[in-house]
Design a binder for this molecule. Structure first.
Ligand SMILES: O=C(O)CCC(=O)C(=O)O
Length: 275
């Protein structure tokens, strides 16, 4: 791993490994998942809340947990290039793999409101990590990832309602006034690694002709002893399953104070699967 990747991840809570997968490989993966989508539906598909008949996500719902039945997804989730970077970013120990997702994000589709992944995964102690691979070039027009640098130092925040005209999920996190949210521009084959507390999401795909596909792996740090039920069984990075405890919902969450601080006062609702 290059020192700058770890340094950026530590400072900002995210970092991009450029060109980690080559374009031929990404082309094959894109064809593979488009083929799976045509052959679907599958148990963990998600079009999102309030998807009316014209919503492009009705035709292209997100795939999830494909590694449980698709060998290509499993091999990608455990790929040595991801493994080596993830273990460096997690402090030297291999993480455990708990989720795959494929977002198609066709032209005209909604994005995903700002959120923190560990709100859903409830990995404890420690947190979760994501590897988000661009399958198409991603920019602001087609709804690239947006992140809040440094928010990995925040606790898991109490959620509020999201604007479902621009988000296929219905919860978001409130941000302090003037908080910077930055777009992450990526080429196909680049991988964005980010911490489970990092606030992130994406705006709609406002193009008429460009998909913004992404293949995503979620992991939990190797010292985690529990994770929400949806993510069981966790896998070691050699593919063998391991038993962890089930995290229950209802933990404390942070709220902003008027002077810009955070207090842990409220309690989360029950654990939900990652949306
Ligand atoms: O790809 C997106 O638009 C959002 C993905 C995301 O939030 C995630 O992988 O946790």
């Amino acid at each position: 791993m290059t020192e700058p990747l770890l340094a950026r991840f530590t400072a900002d809570g995210y970092a991009v490994a450029h060109g980690l997968f080559d374009l031929e490989e990404v082309d094959r993966l894109r064809d593979h998942f488009m083929g799976l989508r045509r052959r679907g539906p599958y148990a963990d598909d998600l079009a999102g809340v309030r998807a009316d008949r014209r919503d492009p996500l009705r035709r292209y719902p997100r795939l999830a947990q494909m590694h449980r039945w698709d060998d290509t997804s499993l091999r990608w989730l455990l790929d040595v290039r991801l493994r080596s970077r993830l273990s460096e970013l997690a402090g030297g120990a291999d993480p455990y793999a708990v989720q795959t997702m494929f977002y198609f994000k066709p032209p005209g589709s909604r994005g995903q409101a700002l959120h923190q992944d560990n709100f859903y995964l409830r990995a404890e102690p420690g947190t979760c990590l994501a590897a988000w691979m661009a399958v198409d070039a991603a920019d602001e027009a087609n709804g690239c990832m947006q992140v809040v640098p440094g928010s990995h130092r925040w606790p898991v925040l109490c959620t509020t309602g999201a604007d479902t005209t621009v988000s296929f999920t219905d919860v978001t996190v409130p941000l302090p006034a003037n908080q910077k949210v930055v777009p992450v521009l990526m080429n196909a084959g680049d991988v964005l690694f980010f911490n489970g507390s990092l606030v992130h999401g994406s705006a709609p795909n406002s193009t008429t002709d460009r998909f913004r596909r992404a293949l995503i792996g979620h992991y939990i740090q190797g010292d985690a002893r529990q994770v929400a039920e949806y993510y069981h069984p966790a896998l070691r990075m050699d593919g063998t399953p391991l038993r962890l405890d089930i995290s229950e919902g209802g933990g404390a969450c942070g709220e902003w104070t008027p002077d810009g601080g955070i207090v842990n006062t409220a309690r989360h609702a029950v654990t939900r699967k990652h949306e």
